[in-house]
Design a protein around this ligand. Structure first.
Ligand code: DGL
Length: 267
C-alpha cells in the first residue's frame, strides 16, 4: 500500500521529495488541494473540513500511512485526523520540524516562520517547548512568501525586500533567534534568500528531512535498489497543467501534466 501525502497545493512536494529520497522503494500518492489553496489564511474550522476531505480521498485508496505535509493542516487538524483514521499512522510536519529546530539551536532561540493559521494555532511553540522547555520561541506569519514561491520568485530584489521586512523585526531584538524554522511547505525554496538576509549566525531548518525520518522509523525502508523505484501518483483538485508547471520547482523534477489526475473533493 502506498504512503499518502497531502497538502493545500504544490508546496508539500518539498516533503514528498524528501520522503522519496529517504524511502525510494515505497509507492506514494500525493494530493494537492490546489482549488482551495491557501489554507494558511482560512479559519481553523475550514482547514479541518478541507483536510478531512483531502485525507478521505487518499485513505479511500488504501494507505500504509498518511503524511499531512501541510503545516497549517498539521497545526489545526492533526488530532482530528489521527482519531478519525486510527489505527492508520498519521504523521504531521510540526513535531518533526520542532525536533529539527531544537537539534539545530545553540542558544535555544527559535523563530518560526509560517502562515497566519499556523501561527494562530501555536502548535510549533507547544511542540518546541515540549522538547526544550526553556526555549525562547517567536512566530511570524509570512503570507507573501507563499505567493513569491508559487510565482517562482525565489531570488532577487523583491524577495530580499519582503524577507527583510519580515525578518528584520525578529533579528533586531536582543534575543534574536539563532534558528529560523521554516514552518510552511513553500518556504524551503526561498531558503537561500532567507539565509542571505538572516546572516551566517542563523541556521535555517525545515521539517522535510525529519518528517521523512519519522515515516521511515514508523514503516521501515523498502530497498529501492533491489525493488526498483516506487510508483508515484499525483492528484490535484484544480488544473493539472498549473500543478505540473509550478509543482516541478518544489518536487525538483519535471511533472508531465497528463500524469496528474484531477479529483473533486466535493464541498
Ligand atoms: N501548505 C501551507 C502550509 O504549509 C502553505 C500554503 C497555504 O497557505 O495553503 O502551511
Amino acid at each position: 500500500m502506498a504512503i499518502g501525502v497531502f497538502d493545500s497545493g504544490v508546496g508539500g512536494l518539498t516533503v514528498l521529495r524528501a520522503l522519496r529520497t529517504t524511502l525510494p522503494g515505497r509507492d506514494f500518492i500525493y494530493l494537492g488541494d490546489t482549488a482551495r489553496l491557501p489554507y494558511g489564511t482560512k479559519s481553523a474550522a475550514s482547514v479541518v473540513r478541507y483536510a478531512g476531505q483531502a485525507a478521505d480521498a487518499l485513505v479511500g485508496r488504501g494507505l500504509s500511512c498518511l503524511v499531512v505535509a501541510c503545516n497549517t493542516a498539521s497545526a489545526v487538524a492533526l488530532p482530528e485526523l489521527r482519531s478519525r483514521y486510527a489505527p492508520l499512522p498519521v504523521v504531521g510536519v510540526v513535531e518533526p520540524g520542532a525536533a529539527a529546530a531544537c537539534a539545530a539551536t545553540r542558544r535555544g532561540r527559535i523563530a518560526v516562520l509560517a502562515t497566519e493559521g499556523t501561527v494562530r494555532a501555536g502548535a510549533y511553540e507547544r511542540a518546541i517547548r515540549a522538547l526544550r522547555p526553556q526555549a525562547a520561541v517567536v512566530s511570524a506569519a509570512c503570507p507573501l512568501f507563499v505567493a513569491l514561491a508559487e510565482e517562482g520568485w525565489t531570488e532577487g530584489e523583491v524577495v530580499d525586500l519582503v524577507a527583510r521586512r519580515y525578518l528584520e523585526p525578529l533579528l533586531a531584538t536582543s534575543t534574536a533567534p539563532d534558528v529560523l524554522l521554516l514552518g510552511c511547505t513553500h518556504f524551503p525554496v526561498l531558503a537561500e534568500a532567507l539565509a542571505r538576509v538572516a546572516g551566517s549566525d542563523v541556521r535555517i531548518v525545515d521539517s522535510a528531512a525529519t518528517t521523512a525520518a519519522a515515516v521511515e522509523g514508523m514503516l521501515g525502508a523498502v530497498d529501492g535498489t533491489t525493488q526498483g523505484r516506487g510508483r508515484l501518483q499525483l492528484l490535484a483538485t484544480d488544473d493539472a497543467a498549473r500543478f505540473a508547471r509550478v509543482g516541478a520547482r518544489f518536487l525538483g523534477e519535471a511533472i508531465e501534466p497528463a500524469t496528474v489526475e484531477v479529483v473533486d473533493l466535493g464541498g
